[in-house]
Ligand binder design. Sequence first.
Ligand code: ADP
Ligand code: MG
Length: 427
Amino acid sequence: MPKTRNAPPPKDYDKPPDENIPPIKNFKELKLDERIVAGIKDQGFVEPTKIQSMSLPYTLKGLDLVGQAQTGTGKTAAFLITIFEKLLKTKAESKTLPRALIVVPTRELAVQIEKEARALGAHTDLTVTAVFGGVDYKKQADRVRGGVDIVCGTPGRIIDYMKQGALKTKGIEILVIDEADRLFDMGFIKDLRFIMKGMPKYSTRQTLLFSATINFKVIEATYQYMKIPVEVSATPESITVDEVSQTLYHVEKRKKFRLLLGLVQRAEVDRLLIFSNTKNGVLMINERLAENGIKAFALTGDIPQRKRLRIIERFMDGEIKIVIATDVASRGLHIEEIGYVINYDLPQNPEDYIHRIGRTARAGKKGIAISVTSEDDVYFLEPIEELIGMKLPFIVADDGDLGREVEGRRKQKRPQKGRGRRDGRRK
Ligand code: ADP
Ligand code: MG
């Protein structure tokens, strides 16, 4: 992994945006330019799709974003609305330079996006053109040169025009990588790097990346050319929970950790993912597991992006066996084939439950999800059962389920300061 970005990162951009903006319920909330509103109406869009409602509140603020959602969920409109709004709000530096670039894997997609942009943007005077290999080399180049606001194209042709000087990137205010996973599958990694390097400095432009899956490869190749992005993932509600064997333990709060310890000790798996609702919960579990000789890694939202990615990579490689995460820290990261997930507490947001356990049953395999609940979080059970449409089979934990903690844990926790003097052990 190359260590540098295309420019030394200003400090602020190495911190993930910590704002948590709730998804919008309707387009109105966005207070879009009326010309865009008219385009949305023409298209017959009544309400935003899930990925649109999750991503637009961030992208319209100018933040970089990585958005994951299945095919056919309206990602195109999500980035087109963002582009339009941005371009309409500010004046172009030059009349002839393109201001937005959309990189896509295939010519069909380039044509399709061009069409959708023309329809959605029909009430604006913004112009769009598609560029792709195979045909019309000169015709397309002339169009780009002649002054167009939005260029949408395949990597090969974009690079040709960049090298040839037909496509000047100086004025690019927003870059979109669409269907990133397919771009990678089709071997466009190097091309994509070339394009990203040829853009204005990442800190001065907005970058959006959309993909049906976000895997480590995608992240590794692109994050160095972006500000630390917001990550949103619009996993459908109907995710394969059927393929997951789910169990719920009821346990008194004071025995909760020991139950977890027992579960971890008995779990015969290569990879175990533990979720806790809070960062403090994650850190506490990590510490107490360590005290009991079990090595795990904590994944919280305030761990620098690079470090988080490294942890995930090592987890996927099998070097790390146990990761403890918050929902925030794991969102948007493509952690797959876990097999075994433990919820140390029930999430307050029922959809997070599905996100958590949905990770176990990828690739047609059956997964195991065990949840632990006590008097604190049992209130979150009902909304979860409602959402998944079933009652979770439950077990009331007895002492046999609890793990045995290493002796002397309390002693080790004694404050370091003054040790040896006050306890009289020192001669
Ligand atoms: P994706 O890129 O996520 O695979 P598309 O952006 O191509 O999906 O969208 C799939 C279809 O959904 C398109 O026909 C598009 O016009 C339509 N669509 C997008 N947003 C909405 C919406 N808010 N309401 C209804 N239909 C929509
Ligand atoms: Mg798409």
